[in-house]
Ligand binder design. Structure first.
Ligand code: GDP
Length: 323
């Protein structure tokens, strides 16, 4: 990928999209096109087609599609599924028709079956039922992977797919309803500290395990595979290699925030998948390593949350997590 190549990041203002744009700028890629607010409406086929005709992107990092934590998946499965299906269909088809050289579709570890041998290998995709709390979103993500494989098979398109671990980071959704576990807990535990609450509710038993990846490290992995990986028939896992229980995660977040109260696990709330850990050995064998320790990434994310809170307070807006 040449430094002046025309690069499009659909979903440029999502957690992963924003990190990708930051990483591309850091590595001195100068030809970004369609950056927010100039991104077309990805749910509109004519708008996407018109954009590709005018901007002629050569490389596409497809980070688009609404996503959310376990609660958002339970409340809005249709919204999440439809937004992902429409945006991936429109972008992948336009990328083919307008001669994009290479596309990376960023899928999700929810695509793996609920009871998948761990760590999860790409051979396990489509071998069992999905986790019911996110089956609609996961089906849309599997469709995206399969669509890339189909364009590769039928048209010889160089459209590859990456399956990331649970990403978190600076542009996260810190709302208790929408957010994934790390941003939601940073916000909840911060609120408990500020209000001197004796305890903070944590959903589920605390036993499920998750592999997390800092969004900026994930963006770095995406740039790496865009340049080094060409097997469109086989998705590649994008993980940093370690998993933690939700209890361990919540305890680390309590330390970062400096909260001394109790973590009250509420087992009436869903646990979701018991374990999600990726086998990222193909990526590691190719020479990629994450640069940011989990502790540092949590700290940077907490700082980003506090900045967002300060900004919202100055503007007279209450951040949902703080009210
Ligand atoms: P998942 O990885 O797709 O299951 O999505 P999440 O990141 O939303 O949730 C991961 C795990 O964290 C689940 O076991 C949740 O029950 C648990 N969890 C505990 N507290 C929270 C919370 O406040 N918000 C979210 N989203 N998850 C929580």
């Amino acid at each position: 990928m040449e430094k002046h190549a025309r690069i499009f990041v659909p979903g440029g203002d999502t957690l992963i999209g924003a990190a990708l744009r930051r990483r591309l700028a850091f590595q001195r890629f100068t030809g970004l096109v369609g950056t927010p607010p100039g991104e077309p409406d990805l749910c509109s086929a004519p708008e996407v087609d018109d954009f590709f005709r005018r901007a002629r992107p050569e490389y596409v990092f497809l980070a688009a599609g609404k996503s959310g934590g376990i609660r958002a998946n339970q409340l809005f499965p249709a919204d999440l599924m439809l937004d992902n299906l429409l945006s991936e269909c429109h972008v992948i088809d336009a990328a083919h028709r307008h001669g994009v050289k290479k596309l990376l579709y960023i899928a999700s570890s929810c695509s793996y079956p609920k009871h998948c041998p761990q760590p999860m290998r790409v051979e396990s995709l489509m071998t069992g039922p999905l986790e019911p709390t996110n089956d609609a979103y996961a089906t849309a993500k599997i469709a995206g992977i399969t669509l890339c494989q189909a364009y590769a098979r039928q048209h010889g398109a160089n459209f590859i797919s990456g399956i990331p671990a649970n990403a978190f980071g600076l542009e996260d959704d810190f709302s208790p309803e929408g957010g994934h576990v790390i941003p939601a807990l940073l916000a909840k535990i911060h609120k408990a500290k500020v209000e001197s609450l004796p305890s903070v509710p944590i959903w589920g038993t605390g036993a499920p395990r998750r592999e997390f990846i800092f969004a900026d490290d994930l963006a770095d992995a995406c740039l790496f595979v865009m340049q080094e990986y060409d097997d469109a028939a086989t998705p590649i896992n994008l993980g940093a290699g370690e998993d933690l229980s939700i209890r361990e995660t919540a305890e680390l977040i309590r330390e970062v925030v400096g909260y001394t109260g109790e973590l009250a696990f509420d087992s009436t709330k869903p646990d979701g998948m018991p374990l999600k850990s990726l086998d990222s050995s193909p990526l590691i064998r190719m020479g990629w390593r994450a640069q940011t320790s989990f502790a540092k990434a949590l700290l940077l994310t907490y700082e980003a949350f506090q900045n967002e809170l300060r900004k919202s307070t100055q503007e007279g807006i209450h951040v949902r997590a703080a009210v």
